[in-house]
Design a protein around this ligand. Structure first.
Ligand SMILES: Nc1nc2c(ncn2[C@@H]2O[C@H](COP(=O)(O)OP(=O)(O)OP(=O)(O)O)[C@@H](O)[C@H]2O)c(=O)[nH]1
Length: 622
């Protein structure tokens, strides 16, 4: 019998023996949000008529794109089927599934004792299933293997139960089978969570220590911080201290989510809930930090706290220069809710005033750009994303390069670039094409394992710069969509990297500068110069386009001159027709940027993004 809100125990200081903290980990689209929805319904915390799809994904973009960006926690009362009178509290912590947000995933995992490992019964294990499973194992979590979507005609539960059982080391019969869509098997899953996941252990009378696993900005309430109490207790109205910064705040409100906020007097050992202190900026309440009481607080923080590090940078410029103040304001607002977003003003000779913005990865970049355009109505030019390089000069100085045009001139000793460990899962028939792709992207094979007869896991070390553009698209097209990819940063390596500049009519265009491997520089220069010749219209004078490394020109094309006389075709005196043509010409000009003396269309800046010859890539077009 599912519990109802009426027999929920008091929200604060629940007996830890009755608490189970868990999260759901899954590859994108394997049904995590749908399963969470079913759990909300089955435990009675959301009434049928209020139910809407993906209840927990609150951000519009999350719902539209069907992805989870920020994690959320929700408290579910559940009396197991064999103990109907004993209501337990299941705290479900939703985790983002995408590789860009791995740090948030690992913080959420650290707040749990168990995890539901959810796998699509028609797809099987994918790269992010593995990546998240390894994180869960590192955190010593109890793993409940579950196959989802068993209602699908294409489901192969027997085959994938075997695969999953091999992976987690259990019997195939112990793999649960559910349909998050129809609800079949979800009650058995909740029973299993109560039975298998250990209750939290903590010292009730020790100084309070709570781990922050998420914090979100709410325009009415300020920052809402999600915590899991490990030791002691936090009480309403007390002063709390953030251990990484030492900042203290008054605890204005404390409570739990069911799934709406429900205020309480405090939170005790093992409990999961929210705190409100009135701060306005999530950077004051950072994921991974430890909260303690100001008075007789703890001296040792929990686990390691790590600042999220931007991995990919891109220049964002308003198409209309007068929108610059709005862009700054919009970035300020987004940063209130996104501690990982960093930016600083930047000026480009070609694009004017803008910002160099650091992101966790490409999805993060896409989401931010889309929000800037959609929520703030800005038209933006985004320069090609690049990674961060470290350059050591012969004179011993060191430069961190986040913008290719700032790559130092002069005598360079070494250039370091970030590398990742990539895991690719695919049917074994594609091994050849995957290896070929990784090889051309300067990859080093680390190893390969068969998960089952026809599915293989391939591990590579790859430069991050080689995968930030279109690696995933290429991988998908070479494997007919069957491959999945996950990667994690593993440090840096020295490489022979050079800066390729593009000169238009003799002037260097900073927005087109790129850093590439020495062996690829020539091909890159030739390709870009050819593409720009196609995209830049003829001007009143001849325009040479050159690619150069330092002062050495490696490729050249020329745009021939024309006199663009739109009136040439209008004989006679039809003045209104003439005016129309002139107006049309003026409008056409608005979409151009003057770069030195040359008019460059917006598409040209996007063209740098794509590595094929078909014009701009999908990513740059939005
Ligand atoms: N047939 C069927 N479809 C399902 C089931 N569970 C989920 N789906 C569908 O699978 C798709 C992905 O489900 P989501 O719940 O959004 O997946 P997710 O894992 O939360 O995705 P992210 O939030 O991006 O990580 C949606 O179209 C769901 O309707 C199921 O049990 N059966």
């Amino acid at each position: 019998m599912p519990a109802t809100p009426n027999n929920v125990p008091e929200p604060s200081r629940t007996d830890p023996a009755l608490i189970r903290n868990f999260c759901i980990i899954a590859h994108i689209d394997h049904g995590k949000s749908t399963l969470a929805d079913r759990m909300l319904q089955l435990t009675g915390v959301v009434e049928q008529r209020q139910m809407r799809a993906q209840y927990l994904d609150r951000m519009d973009i999350e719902r539209e794109r069907g992805i989870t960006i920020k994690s959320q926690a929700v408290r579910l009362p559940w009396a197991p089927t064999d103990e109907p009178g004993k209501t337990h509290i299941l705290n479900m912590i939703d985790t983002p599934g995408h590789v860009d947000f791995t740090y948030e995933v690992s913080r959420s995992l650290a707040a749990c004792e168990g995890t539901v490992l959810l796998v699509d019964a028609a797809q099987g294990i994918e790269a992010q299933t593995l990546a998240n499973l390894y994180l869960a194992m590192e955190n010593d979590l109890t793993i409940i293997p579950v196959l989802n979507k068993i209602d699908l005609p294409a489901a192969q539960p027997e085959k994938f139960a075997e695969e999953l059982a091999n992976l987690v080391g259990c019997d195939p019969d112990d793999v649960l089978r559910v349909s998050a869509k129809t609800g079949v098997g979800v009650d058995a899953l909740l029973d299993r969570a109560v039975r298998d996941i250990p209750p939290p252990v903590g010292v009730a009378d020790a100084p309070a220590r709570a781990m922050i696993f998420d914090s979100v900005y709410d325009s009415y309430r300020g920052v809402v911080t999600y915590v899991r109490v490990i030791d002691g207790q936090l009480n309403k109205r007390e002063r709390i201290r953030m251990m990484s910064t030492g900042a203290t705040h008054e605890l204005l409100e404390i409570g739990t989510n069911s799934p709406e906020m429900l205020a309480a007097d405090g939170l005790g050992v093992g409990e999961v809930g929210y705190l409100i202190t009135g701060v306005k900026d999530v950077r004051q309440s950072k994921v991974g930090d430890t909260v303690t009481s100001q008075n007789k607080g703890a001296t040792e923080a929990l686990g390691g706290y790590k600042d999220p590090k931007p991995m990919v940078f891109s220049g964002l410029y308003p198409l209309d220069g007068s929108d610059y103040p709005e862009l700054r304001e919009a970035l300020d607002k987004l940063q209130l809710n996104d501690a990982a977003l960093v930016y600083e003003p930047e000026t480009s000779a070609a694009l004017g005033f803008g910002f160099r913005v650091g992101f966790l990865g490409l999805l993060h970049l896409d989401v931010i750009r889309e929000r800037l355009e959609r929520e703030f109505g800005l038209d933006l030019i985004a320069t090609a994303p690049n990674v961060v390089y470290r350059v050591l000069m012969e004179d011993g100085s060191e430069h961190t390069v986040t913008n290719p045009s700032e790559f130092p001139e002069g005598k360079i000793n070494d250039v370091y670039e970030p590398v990742v460990r990539a895991t690719i899962l695919a049917p074994s028939e594609f091994i050849g094409s995957i290896m070929e792709l990784c090889q051309t992207r300067r990859g080093t094979l680390l190893g390969m394992d068969y998960l089952s007869e026809d599915r293989v896991e391939i591990r590579y070390t790859l430069p991050l710069a080689e995968i930030v553009f279109d690696f995933f698209d290429q991988l998908k097209s070479k494997t007919r969509g069957y491959a999945s990819l996950d990667y994690e940063p593993t440090g840096e390596q020295t490489s022979s990297l050079v800066k390729v500049d593009i000169l238009l009519h003799g002037d260097k265009v900073d927005a087109f500068s790129a850093i590439t491997h020495k062996d690829q520089a020539y091909a890159y220069g030739v390709r870009l110069v050819a593409k720009l010749r196609e995209l830049i219209p003829r001007q009143a004078f001849e325009v040479p386009i050159q690619a150069a490394i330092g002062s050495r020109v490696i490729a050249r094309e020329t745009i021939r001159a024309i006199r663009k006389d739109v009136l040439a075709k209008c004989y006679g005196g039809d003045i209104s027709r003439k005016r129309k043509l002139l107006e049309k010409q003026k409008e056409g000009k608005k979409r151009m940027k003057m770069v030195g003396s040359v008019e460059v269309p917006q598409e040209a800046f996007i063209a740098v993004l794509s590595s094929d010859d078909s014009g701009g890539s999908g990513k740059g077009k939005k």
